[in-house]
Ligand binder design. Structure first.
Ligand code: IPD
Length: 259
């Protein structure tokens, strides 16, 4: 059975909200990790929040497939409809007590994202979009910025968690050279929602994952921006660019030769 984007959106929003509320109710467990490395943390609340979101989705759509960050190595069941969950994007921010983390849920039909929700619990912000409606923040329409000069733009970027050496710094340096100011906030979906809301002009990261950007990319596009994987790698990893409509070509031309 086919569902409308609005029906799917309602469940994406509920799943992101419930996941975020579970984490919020457990803030006293910020230190409760399964493993901790220099560049990555596997948090128990990541696993639990994904289970919460999964149960919301499967209660509504038992036949749909789910790709979640915490179970990304498991084979995906056959389905035209795939839900993509990042239970906590910005896990390291969360662990250290920074409020810039979020729960992200997207739904794709035949590989096209048709609905998405990003809930930023500690900032009290819920971003949503469907493929046929406006991007919203807390129910109000949002729009990307009008900045049309790259050297007057504020661009967010991030460090590829598998390479904190020359590879990552090559891109950070380029972003710093082309932008008015670079920013590293530590949660890709938050960065992209800020692009959608016109508070940042663009976002680029050389190694990011599908679950980090799936929902937020639809939100940016429906807010009038542009998003694209500049390069794809194995394991759902990619170099990703999201900007307002004016800056996209200039950013891509500046970054693509480095990939
Ligand atoms: C991470 C965040 C971070 C980005 C990393 C991502 P996670 O996601 O989005 O901003 O720099 O590349 O992996 O692991 O916290 O879901």
């Amino acid at each position: 059975m086919m569902y409308t984007p609005t029906q799917l959106q309602a469940i994406a929003t509920l799943a992101a909200r419930r996941a975020g509320e579970h984490v919020l109710a457990n803030l006293h467990r910020r230190g409760d990790v399964n493993s901790i490395l220099r560049t990555d943390i596997k948090h128990k609340l990541d696993v639990e929040a994904q289970e919460v979101a999964t149960s919301v989705i499967l209660s509504a759509f038992p036949d749909h497939a789910i790709l979640g960050e915490e179970t990304c190595d498991a084979p995906l069941p056959e389905s035209d409809t795939v839900w993509i969950i990042d239970p906590i994007d910005g896990t390291i921010n969360f662990f250290h007590g920074l409020p810039l983390w979020c729960c992200s849920v997207a739904v794709q039909y035949k590989e096209k994202t048709i609905a998405g929700a990003v809930f930023i619990p500690e900032m009290h912000q819920l971003y949503e979009a469907t493929c046929d409606g406006p991007a919203l923040c807390n129910g109000a329409p949002i729009h990307v910025s009008n900045t049309d000069q790259l050297d007057l733009a504020m661009l967010a970027t991030g460090a590829d968690k598998w390479d904190l050496g020359a590879h990552s710094f090559k891109f950070m340096r380029r972003v710093s050279e082309i932008a008015q100011r670079p920013r590293i906030l530590g949660a890709a979906a938050v960065d992209m929602c800020l692009v959608a809301a016109g508070r940042l002009d663009g976002y680029f990261e050389s190694g990011i994952y599908l679950w980090d950007v799936a929902a937020a990319s639809l939100i940016v596009e429906r807010a009038g921006g542009r998003c694209e994987a500049l390069k794809t790698y194995d394991g759902y990893r990619m170099a990703y660019l999201a900007t307002n409509s004016h800056l996209y070509d200039a950013c891509r031309d500046a970054l693509l030769p480095l990939l």
